[in-house]
Design a protein. Structure first.
Ligand SMILES: Cc1ncc(COP(=O)(O)O)c(C=O)c1O
Length: 340
């Protein structure tokens, strides 16, 4: 049988045998009562790694961001965030639909909000204006090529926001990829923000789950929002057990970056218009010529066992633990042949 090389996302990773065993054997309790020892252990580890007082296990990255924003802001308050951010584009508008929050969008073409545009929303109080309360950052930045933002650029935007009285939330779905790309501890990014959400179910390979980290009082308030949106889970230790293994092995993400580099180099040498990113991670984006039918291309690649999402004109390929170096070489070969 032909094996499949799935480069649609790092979310397609399946739990390992080690994770499945840990899940089967997990010590559990009712987490809404705060009695699940495995969830407690995972939350403590997350808080320690991110340099925060406390953490909260939630179902997904989307829930993590939503609960974080609703905990920071009240109805009618403004959230400064990038036009290309995942929170603005890919989370169903939850901040407005469920929280009555107002997105104040800024240019983030370089992967991080522009200083002057952030300042344009930091205005004196006036009944006509939406009061800006929170700045959201994303690192790595998915839609900007999976770029890892440098610690310096990141902290300069955080400092700017703080000097204007804004709180800062980090959508760190892939923050460990960013830390590895820059060779720094995750804390370098996470301990300087008011809250961070990171995902266990992307390159880290756990089946389900994200964590929100912040001050203890903040996490206690976030617990109410998690319950309100239906995220209070009972014997969640069954999934937290896989999360613990994922989190303890975050350093392995470096292999995903190496695979992406192999893929990128072969495509680029073959004449494909690969998007160059200053500090790439586990994503490779490339642009198609106007005359390419991306649906046809994706279908013919699929017949040969390669999966990617048929977006036009820019295609994204994501490397992860469930593809090998040989797989990415084969993927590049298939794409080059189908494009020729
Ligand atoms: C940057 C970013 N933030 C948040 C999310 C949301 O995570 P989830 O799919 O677990 O809701 C994603 C998902 O791909 C993402 O890429």
């Amino acid at each position: 049988m032909m094996s499949t090389i799935d480069l649609r996302s790092d979310t397609v990773t399946k739990p390992t045998d080690e994770m499945r065993k840990a899940m089967a054997e997990a010590k559990v309790g009712d987490d809404v009562y705060g009695e699940d020892p495995t969830v407690i252990e995972l939350e403590q580890l997350a808080a320690e790694i991110t340099g925060h007082e406390a953490a909260l296990f939630v179902c997904s990255g989307t829930m993590g961001n939503l609960v974080s924003l609703l905990t920071h802001c009240n109805r009618g308050e403004g959230v400064v965030l990038g036009f290309k951010s995942h929170i603005y584009n890919n989370e169903g508008g939850g901040l407005s639909a469920l929280g009555g929050l107002v997105p104040l969008c800024v240019n983030d073409d370089q992967g991080i909000p522009d200083h002057n545009e952030i300042l344009s929303y930091c205005r004196d109080e006036n009944v006509h204006y939406t009061p800006a309360k929170l700045l959201c950052l994303e690192n790595t930045h998915n839609a900007c090529g999976g770029i890892a933002i440098s610690p310096d650029r990141f902290s300069s935007v955080v400092d700017l926001a703080r000097s204007k009285g804004l709180l800062v939330h980090l959508d760190g779905a892939r923050i460990f990829n960013a830390a590895i790309a820059w060779g720094v501890e995750p804390k370098t990014y996470t301990e300087i923000v008011d809250s961070v959400q990171f995902c266990l179910s992307k390159g880290l390979g756990a089946p389900i789950g994200s964590l929100i980290c912040g001050k203890r009082d903040y996490i206690n308030r976030a617990k109410h929002w998690r319950k309100r949106v239906g995220g209070g889970l009972r014997q969640a230790g069954v999934i937290a057990a896989a999360g613990l293994i994922a989190l303890n092995n975050y350093a392995d993400l470096k292999y995903d970056h190496e695979k992406a580099k192999v893929l990128k180099d072969i495509l680029k040498n073959g004449g494909v218009k690969v998007v160059d990113v200053f500090k790439p991670t586990n994503m490779v984006y490339f642009d198609l010529n106007d005359d390419v039918d991306v649906i046809q291309l994706a279908n013919s690649c699929k017949r040969r066992g390669l999966l990617f999402n048929p977006t036009f004109p820019r295609v994204r390929l994501v490397t992860h633990r469930d593809v090998t170096f040989e797989d990415v070489e084969m993927a590049a070969k298939i794409i080059l042949e189908e494009l020729s």
